[in-house]
Design a protein around this ligand. Structure first.
Ligand code: IPE
Ligand code: IPE
Ligand code: MG
Length: 263
């Protein structure tokens, strides 16, 4: 994509425009992964039930998906529901699932319009049949899109993913001697996709909460105090601009520009 395409959706003279002009389009992170956190706190600040935070968070998802596609990000992964989130009250889990179904139904046309390929990473087969049905519709209808790959991490756990990959490698009959990091990564949910260059977490928490454990080995981490329902295009642009100022070394001694990131 280009600055012009991004600017087409930004009000002239706004702070977002200033930020957009700071982005180096030659050094974009290929994969941005986001831990969307802080919905409950956002609601609590307003004396609202937690689910209102989840509801409000949908607007942030919409904004970030569209901005990422316009920027020209290759892969965007959003952490929506972890394998640990089943510990939450049944009513909250049900509302999250309902919101997810509604999001896909309402946003499918936007995903199609923006040439976005929708995918799910996680143990989707453990989700309820109605949720699975909605997800499959979204996946099938966007399967031939060639633009940004949008992964939604649902019933996702980084350790579960590594266990699943090991099982698949064994089932595929991979010999122990043939197994190396490259081969192993072909059995991950993200097979064929670049590893995240930039990992964003909202609401100030300094932890990875079982997200993409294998893939974030050398991701640059950016944490913001902003709560997820308040996260918008400007926050994403700020993260990208900050990322582009980092020196990535991959264990070496010479700082390498982000664009030359090791694969
Ligand atoms: C993130 O917000 C949404 C999900 C984990 C589904 P939280 O619900 O974790 O909000 P906080 O962390 O309690 O504020
Ligand atoms: C991480 O947020 C999971 C998602 C964003 C889906 P949590 O709120 O579940 O993480 P912890 O419990 O604070 O580590
Ligand atoms: Mg949380």
């Amino acid at each position: 994509m280009s600055l012009e395409q991004l600017l087409a959706s930004i009000p002239p003279g706004s702070h977002d425009e200033t930020l957009a002009r700071q982005v180096n389009f030659e050094q974009l992170p290929a994969h941005v992964a986001i831990i969307m956190d802080g919905n409950g706190r956002w609601a609590a600040q307003r004396h609202l039930p937690r689910v209102e935070g989840h509801r409000a968070g949908i607007d942030s998802v919409r904004d970030v998906v569209e901005t990422s596609a316009r920027l020209g990000i290759e892969v965007l992964t959003l952490y929506a529901f972890s394998v640990e989130n089943w510990k939450r009250p049944r009513a909250e889990v049900n509302t999250l699932m309902m919101l997810l179904k509604r999001y896909i139904r309402l946003e499918l046309s936007t995903l199609l319009k923006n040439n976005i390929q929708f995918r799910v990473i996680g143990r989707a087969e453990e989700l309820s049949p109605d949720v699975q049905h909605e997800l499959e519709l979204g996946i099938r209808q966007t399967a031939t899109n060639t633009g940004m790959q949008f992964n939604i991490a649902l019933n996702y756990g980084g350790r579960a993913e590594i266990v699943d990959a090991a099982r698949r490698a064994i089932a595929a009959g991979v010999a122990a001697d043939d197994l190396d990091e490259r081969r192993f990564s072909d059995f991950l949910y993200t097979a064929g996709q670049p590893d995240p260059d930039l990992l964003i977490r909202t609401s100030g928490e300094m932890r990875v909460s079982n997200f993409l454990l294998w893939q974030i080995a050398y991701a640059e981490i950016w944490v913001t105090e902003t709560l997820w329902p308040d996260f918008r295009r400007r926050d994403l642009l700020e993260a990208v601009v900050a990322y582009q100022k980092r020196d990535r070394r991959y264990g070496g001694i010479k700082p390498s520009p982000v664009a030359l990131g090791a694969k």
